[in-house]
Design a protein around this ligand. Structure first.
Ligand SMILES: Cc1ncc(COP(=O)(O)O)c(C=O)c1O
Length: 386
């Protein structure tokens, strides 16, 4: 049996895989088992922030592997402590909990929000308001948080205490929060899986003011939007608000599993000893790699992300076969006239790997994709949309 056949026989059938086996890569180029090269416009769904086999990330990971690949959270380790310090220094947040994935980062945010509200207002203040069309993960609790009914259907009963309100409708969100005893409102500043749709600035600002006034926590899910993707270090920074809790993952680890929940002024002391934990959380190798990633998401790199984003928007907006272009930074949704899946297939045939999100072609290239490579990919995508 070849690899595709072995996978189909033995791996749980949860992914509709493309008929391609990726074997290696460098930067924004990946190769399949036949040696065909592709420009990678998905970066493992926003994970390989500096591309495949990035030299600096690899060096940091290998150096750490030579010292210590794992230690339990019963002991201090340097990469974990230093990464928490860097995250706090770069965001103004105060404390960090490390885990392994976006869903876990959100689970931690939800637990902390409920404990905060329980201690401040009472145990009945457990409701979390999230937005219609949001995506927060696939555990039983983060599915409940996800505002898309079709993900819920087969897995009832989900964790209770989640209410969904329409995005960009501040009155509806306020009404949902006030009609329930609410601990937190959780948002993605740019809905990713929901179709790459940025929230309105006025909505986010008014929401932050409302949350502060009611002592309801503002939780921002930066799993997909975070770590430079939006053109700022975290997408909330585009909106001039300060969340109480931020969850992130994906690009932070640069390709190794790593999630983080960041706590601000109000929430920094909520979780105490024994309240939460993770065997692999803060893994030294993942954290050493993340230090290399986060350390390089500086103003110069963010300026390049914005410049490349402007290029993609200008090339595709109004192009033949393109209805609209949405998103921010290098998180871009293209609504083609043709079905998105058809465009993605055509691109793949022509050596460009893209993602979809609902009816959009979604682009999440490496933040450091070279301009010429991006230009080549956009030419292929443009032609495929025609
Ligand atoms: C906004 C958002 N939150 C949470 C998740 C879940 O992350 P993970 O798959 O790492 O659990 C995702 C994954 O796509 C996401 O986009």
């Amino acid at each position: 049996m070849n690899i595709k056949e072995i996978d189909q026989k033995y791996v749980a059938n949860t992914y509709a895989r493309f008929p391609v086996q990726i074997v290696s890569g460098k930067g924004s180029i990946v190769c399949d088992e036949t040696g065909k090269a592709y420009i990678d416009m998905g970066s493992g769904i926003g994970v390989t922030a500096f591309g495949i086999a990035d030299d600096a990330w690899k060096a940091a990971v290998i150096a750490q592997l030579d010292k210590l690949q794992h230690m339990s959270n019963l002991y201090y380790t340097e990469p974990c402590a230093k990464l928490a310090q860097l995250l706090c220094e770069r965001t103004g947040m105060k404390k960090v909990f490390f885990c392994n994935s976006g869903a876990e980062a959100n689970e931690c945010a939800i637990k902390a929000a409920r404990k905060y509200a329980c201690e401040k207002k009472g145990a009945e203040y457990y409701t979390i308001v999230t937005l219609v069309n949001s995506f927060h993960g696939r555990t039983v609790t983060t599915l409940a948080a996800t505002g898309q009914e079709h993900y819920h259907e087969l897995f009832q009963p989900l964790t209770p205490g989640f209410v969904h309100a329409p995005a960009n409708d501040i009155e509806a969100v306020k009404a949902a929060a006030l009609a329930n005893k609410t601990a937190a409102v959780m948002i993605e500043c740019i809905q990713g899986e929901g179709g790459v749709i940025a929230l309105d600035e006025s909505f986010v600002k008014e929401l932050a003011a409302f949350c502060a006034q009611e002592d309801i926590l503002l939780v921002v899910d930066e799993v997909q939007t975070g770590n430079g993707r939006s053109g700022k270090l975290y997408a909330y920074m585009n909106y001039g608000v300060q969340p109480d809790i931020v969850s992130t993952a994906k690009g932070l680890g640069g390709g190794l599993p790593l999630g983080a929940t960041l706590f601000g002024e109000k929430t920094q002391s909520v979780l105490g000893s024994g309240d939460h934990g993770s065997t692999f959380g803060g893994n030294p190798v993942s954290c050493a790699g993340a230090l290399s990633i986060l350390g390089r998401i500086d103003d110069a790199l963010l300026a390049q992300v914005k410049e490349k984003s402007a290029y993609v928007f200008s090339e595709l907006t109004g192009a033949e076969g393109v209805e609209s272009v949405s998103g921010m930074g290098l998180m871009i949704g293209i609504k083609p006239v043709k079905p998105a899946a058809e465009v993605v297939d055509l691109c793949m045939q022509n050596g460009v790997l893209c993602l979809t999100a609902k009816d959009k072609v979604r682009l999440l290239p490496a933040l450091n994709i070279p301009m010429e490579t991006l230009q080549q990919a956009i030419a292929v995508i443009k032609a495929a949309c025609k």
